[in-house]
Design a protein around this ligand. Structure first.
Ligand code: NAD
Length: 508
C-alpha cells in the first residue's frame, strides 16, 4: 500500500473547492482522522451545550417562517440542492473516501443516493396529500391535513456520513421543517462540506428561505444529548448503534418528542437448494465484504442448505482469500480500511470468541504495508460455525461472515429471526413457496426482506429501517415523509344544524 497521495493536502484542496472556510476545520479541538492513513486531516471547533441551545432556538425561528413557504416552493430549494450535489459529486465522493475510508465507487454511490433522495423529495413537495374521509353527519366534510412539524434534529453515524443526512434533510425541508445536524465525531468534515453545498443552493434560492434553516453542530455525543433534550426539537432522527438508541429513545419519550431510530443490524441470508449459486456468491460477497463490513445492512449471518454447502462455501472462501484489500484512494481494491483501531480490536475479539464456540476462521488478519501502522486494513473473515451462538448473535461492525448449515426450512426461519436486531434479510431460492414464505407474516421479521438480492444496497424509493433493536424507524422513500409532519383531522360543518356524532343529544 503505497501512500503517495498526500491525504492531508488533498483534504484541504477538496474542502476549499467545496466551499468550506478554512477556519472551520483548522485550529480547533476536535480532530478528524482519515482511516485511509490514520493521520489527522482536520481540527474542528466543537460547539458547547449553550451554543447548541442557541442554535436550536434560532432553528425554531427559521421553522416558523419556513412552514409558511408553500411546499412546492420548498421543493425548489431541494431541487437546487440536487443540482449542487450533482456538480459536487466527484469532490464530495472523494472526501467521503478520505474521511470514511470507502472505496471510490461507494463514496460516489453515497453522493448519488443524496441526489436520488433530492429528486424524490422534489416530487414529494407536490404530493403531501391528506385524505378526505366519509363522515356520518350530514352537511359535514372530514379531512386530514399535513402540516410542518418543527425543528428536526439529525444524529448520524460515521459509516454513511453524508447520505443519512440527506435522507432526513431532503424530506424535512420539503415538509416545512428546519434542520439541526450532529454528525459523527469521526466524520465531521464531510458534514461541513454538505452544509457548504446546501448554502450554495440557499444562495441561489432567494430570500424566502430564512436564516438558520440548516445548522451543523460539531461535537461529541454530549452535543447529541443536548439536542435530544431540547424542548424545541420536535423530532430526532438518530442513526447509529443500538447502544446509542437505548440512551436516546427514553430521553425523547420522557418529553414525548418524536423519534426515528435507525440502529444496528445483524442481517442474515438463507441459501436454499434451488438457489442460483453464481448469483448468490456475488450478492454474498458484496453484502458481507463491501464497505469492509461497515454497513448497517452488511450480511453477517449466512445459512446454507446442506445439499449446496459444499458447492458454495469453498467458492466463497476462495473469494475471501483473493479479495483485494487496500488504499481506496490509490488502488481499485474492493475492501478499504476499518474506521479505527477500536473497530479492529472489536473484530479480533469477535473472532476469538467465535473460535471458543467452535468456529473455523478463514481470513481476518491485519494487512499492514509500508509501515502504515496507524491505519487498520484487514482481510475479511469467513467463519464456519457449528451453530448460531456467541458473537453470531451480535453485530460486530467489521467484515465477519458467520456461515452455518441448515436442513429444515421452518427451523432456519426460526434461527434467522432469533437475534435482537431486525434490519435486513435475504433469501436465495428459485422456489416460489420458499420465497413467498420468507416474505410472509411468519417469514423474515426484518424491515427489509429481499429475494435473490443481498441484504445491502437499498434504493431510496422504499422506506428504510428495521424492527426490534434496530429501532423501528423508517426513513427515505414510501410514506416515510409522514414522520416529518404533523397530522390534523379537520371536520367542517356546512349545514345549518349541529348533529353530534354517535347520536349523542345535548339540547340546551
Ligand atoms: P454510534 O452509536 O457510536 O454513534 C452514532 C452517533 O450517535 C454519533 O453521532 C454519536 O456522537 C451519537 N451519539 C452516541 N451516543 C449518543 C447519546 N447518548 N446521545 C446522543 N447522541 C449520541 O455509531 P457509529 O459507530 O458511528 O455507527 C455504527 C453503528 O450505526 C452500527 O451499529 C450500525 O449498524 C449503525 N447504523 C445504522 C443505520 C440504520 O439505518 N439502521 C445506518 C448506519 C449505521
Amino acid at each position: 500500500m503505497s501512500n503517495s497521495v498526500d491525504v492531508k493536502q488533498e483534504t484541504a484542496a477538496l474542502l476549499d473547492k467545496l466551499g468550506v472556510a478554512r477556519d472551520a476545520w483548522t485550529g480547533g479541538d476536535m480532530v478528524s482522522y482519515s482511516p485511509v492513513s490514520g493521520e489527522a486531516i482536520g481540527q474542528l471547533k466543537s460547539v458547547s451545550a449553550a451554543d447548541t441551545n442557541a442554535a436550536i432556538d434560532a432553528a425554531h425561528e427559521a421553522f416558523q417562517a419556513w412552514r409558511l413557504v408553500p411546499a412546492p416552493r420548498r421543493g425548489e430549494l431541494v431541487r437546487l440542492l440536487g443540482e449542487e450535489l450533482r456538480a459536487a459529486k466527484a469532490d464530495l465522493g472523494r472526501l467521503v473516501s478520505i474521511e470514511a475510508g470507502k472505496i471510490t465507487s461507494e463514496g460516489l454511490g453515497e453522493v448519488q443516493e443524496m441526489i436520488d433522495i433530492c429528486d424524490f423529495a422534489v416530487g414529494l413537495s407536490r404530493q403531501l396529500y391528506g385524505l378526505t374521509i366519509a363522515t356520518e353527519r350530514p352537511g359535514h366534510r372530514m379531512m386530514e391535513t399535513w402540516h410542518p412539524l418543527g425543528v428536526v434534529g439529525i444524529i448520524s453515524a460515521f459509516n454513511f456520513p453524508v447520505a443519512v443526512w440527506s435522507w432526513n434533510a431532503a424530506l424535512a425541508l420539503v415538509a416545512g421543517d428546519s434542520i439541526v445536524w450532529k454528525p459523527s465525531e469521526k466524520t465531521p468534515l464531510t458534514a461541513l462540506a454538505c452544509q457548504a453545498i446546501l448554502d450554495k443552493a440557499l444562495a441561489r434560492f432567494g430570500s424566502d428561505a430564512p436564516a438558520n434553516l440548516s445548522t451543523v453542530l460539531i461535537g461529541d455525543r454530549f452535543i447529541g444529548e443536548a439536542m435530544v433534550d431540547h424542548p424545541k426539537v420536535a423530532l430526532v432522527s438518530a442513526t447509529g448503534s443500538t447502544r446509542m438508541g437505548r440512551e436516546v429513545g427514553p430521553r425523547l419519550a420522557k418529553r414525548f418528542a418524536r423519534a426515528i431510530l435507525e440502529l444496528g443490524g445483524n442481517n442474515a441470508g438463507i441459501v436454499c437448494p434451488s438457489a442460483d449459486l453464481d448469483m448468490a456468491l456475488r450478492a454474498i460477497a458484496f453484502g458481507a465484504m463491501g464497505t469492509a463490513g461497515q454497513r448497517c445492512t452488511t450480511l453477517r449471518r449466512l445459512f446454507v442448505h446442506d445439499s449446496v454447502y459444499d458447492q458454495l462455501v469453498p467458492r466463497l472462501k476462495k473469494a475471501y482469500e483473493s479479495v483485494s484489500v487496500g488504499n481506496p484512494l490509490e488502488t481499485s481494491a474492493l475492501v478499504g480500511p476499518l474506521v479505527d483501531k477500536a473497530a479492529f480490536d472489536g473484530m479480533q475479539a469477535a473472532l476469538a470468541a467465535a473460535k471458543v464456540e467452535g468456529g473455523t476462521v478463514t481470513g481476518g488478519a491485519r494487512v499492514v504495508e509500508a509501515g502504515k501502522d496507524t491505519a487498520f486494513y484487514v482481510k475479511p473473515a469467513l467463519v464456519e460455525m457449528p451453530k448460531q451462538a456467541g458473537p453470531v448473535l451480535e453485530e460486530t461492525f467489521a467484515p465477519i461472515l458467520y456461515v452455518m448449515k441448515y436442513s429444515d426450512f421452518d427451523a432456519v426461519l426460526e434461527e434467522h429471526n432469533a437475534v435482537a436486531a431486525g434490519l435486513s434479510s435475504s433469501i436465495f431460492t428459485l422456489n416460489v413457496q420458499e420465497a413467498e414464505r420468507f416474505l410472509a407474516a411468519d417469514g423474515s421479521d426484518c424491515g427489509i426482506a429481499n429475494v435473490n438480492i443481498g441484504t445491502s444496497g437499498a434504493e431510496i424509493g422504499g422506506a428504510f429501517g428495521g424492527e426490534k433493536e434496530t429501532g423501528g424507524g423508517r426513513e427515505s422513500g414510501s410514506d416515510a415523509w409522514k414522520a416529518y409532519m404533523r397530522r390534523a383531522t379537520n371536520t367542517v360543518n356546512y349545514s345549518k344544524a349541529l348533529p353530534l356524532a354517535q347520536g349523542v343529544s345535548f339540547d340546551i
